[in-house]
Design a protein around this ligand. Structure first.
Ligand code: V47
Ligand code: SF4
Length: 360
């Protein structure tokens, strides 16, 4: 038996694949065999149903004290293009989202040097007042760590305050590549990978769900990606608090790492990464193809490679687009539904916590 057949037997028998096997798959050129196996593992879990939601992003500020080398979004306060929304703007965007049928507001932003903790609580209260039933998914683990320092409160107390103000769950950003040697090159000022995991552990302990991302296609190796997924799989075994894994394809414009010619990128690599995530992260229910970074065509193709979630309508995305993402600013509900149908799958609109709202 060749190595892929051995892995295939394990997957079909419901056994966990190990790090060396996952690395072997990432290094293998046999995309179709890997994709078929990932599609099998996905269909065993999720059938032919593919999730999406109707949501809106609000990036309240791009002013940030960090200077992550891959980031085209952040500015210093006095740089051209720096902005901060006031609460009125946040309320307006929420009402607009509600009118468009959104069930989720996704809020992330830079680490602003001057805003008080109260601003964040007021921001959540403003969204909740404008749309009492909407789910607020907000703040990466990096922001939560920053807010806890700002508030002078423990992680648990910070989360409790944010929950009281309306926080419903957390997005998965800021994970980048967890291994510290890679972070030292990517984002030396950012919290460590260990701290990212510790914050997520606290988030799950506080009863909140979150996602987990992986920014790939820059300076990392395949082994770094597997190491990243291993750490997520271990934490998920412990807490069960991750809802979805979302690989984020690196966008190259307007940032200091953009000149890199990393051979570990492109459509085949995107699909292989998603497929291996499905196979290796056997304790994650949902593998999400984030169409903003992948483009709609690869995101759609990914539905045949183990993916069961396409994120949402998004609306006004800045982080990927500032870095050159060629995808549109938003997709309508009808666009997503037809994209899923054309892949021979069944579109299911979900809410943030994966309650099914409507099958199309
Ligand atoms: O944390 C920054 C990444 C993240 C670039 O949890 C970049 O549902 C690619 O986390 N190229 C923010 N990526 C986005 C994010 C996210 C998006 C959609 C859904 C969810 C979810 C989470 O974007 C950042 C960083 O890792 N990022 N710059 C870039 N040049
Ligand atoms: Fe700031 Fe986030 Fe950009 Fe890093 S990725 S510079 S923390 S906005």
């Amino acid at each position: 038996m060749n190595a892929i057949d051995v892995i295939s037997e394990k997957v079909r028998a419901g056994q966990r694949i190990d790090d060396a096997e996952a690395l072997f798959l990432l290094e293998s050129p046999d995309l179709l065999a890997i994709g078929e196996l990932a599609a099998f593992a996905n269909e065993r879990k999720n059938g032919r149903r593919v999730y999406f939601n109707v949501n809106r992003h609000i990036n309240h500020t791009n002013i940030c004290v960090n200077r992550c080398q891959f980031c085209a979004f952040s500015r210093t306060t006095d740089q051209p293009g720096a902005y901060l929304y006031d609460l009125e703007e946040i309320g307006n965007r929420t009402r607009e989202a509600l009118a468009q049928g959104a069930t989720e507001i996704h809020i992330v932003g830079g680490l602003h040097p001057d805003l008080p903790f109260d601003f964040y609580l007021e921001m959540l209260r403003t969204v909740r007042a404008a749309a009492p039933a909407i789910h607020i998914k907000a703040f990466t683990a990096v922001e939560i760590d920053y807010l806890s320092t700002l508030a002078g409160l423990s992680l648990a107390a910070t989360l409790e305050e944010l929950k009281q103000a309306g926080l419903g769950s957390l997005p998965g950003g800021g994970a980048e590549i967890l291994r510290q040697e890679v972070r030292d090159r990517l984002c030396p000022e950012k919290i460590s990978g260990d701290r990212w995991l510790e914050v997520m552990r606290g988030v799950h302990k506080a009863g909140l769900k979150s996602n987990a991302t992986m920014l790939y296609g820059h300076v990392e190796s395949y082994a770094d990606r597997i190491d990243h997924m291993r750490q997520l799989r271990e934490l998920q075994d412990e807490t069960g608090g991750f809802q979805a894994f979302i690989p984020l394809a690196f966008q190259k414009e307007n940032n200091p790492l953009g000149h890199l010619k990393n051979p570990l990128s492109g459509g085949v690599d995107d699909l292989k990464t998603l497929a291996v995530a499905r196979l290796y992260l056997d304790n994650f229910a949902n593998i999400k193809a984030y169409w903003v970074m992948l483009g709609e065509k690869i995101a759609q193709t990914a539905l045949c490679f183990g993916v069961n979630d396409l994120d949402g309508t998004v609306v006004e995305e800045k982080i990927g687009h500032d870095a050159g993402a060629a995808s549109p600013q938003a997709m309508g509900r009808d666009d997503i539904v037809s994209l899923i149908r054309m892949a021979g799958r069944v579109p299911v609109e979900r809410d943030t916590l994966y309650n099914e709202l409507r099958t199309y």
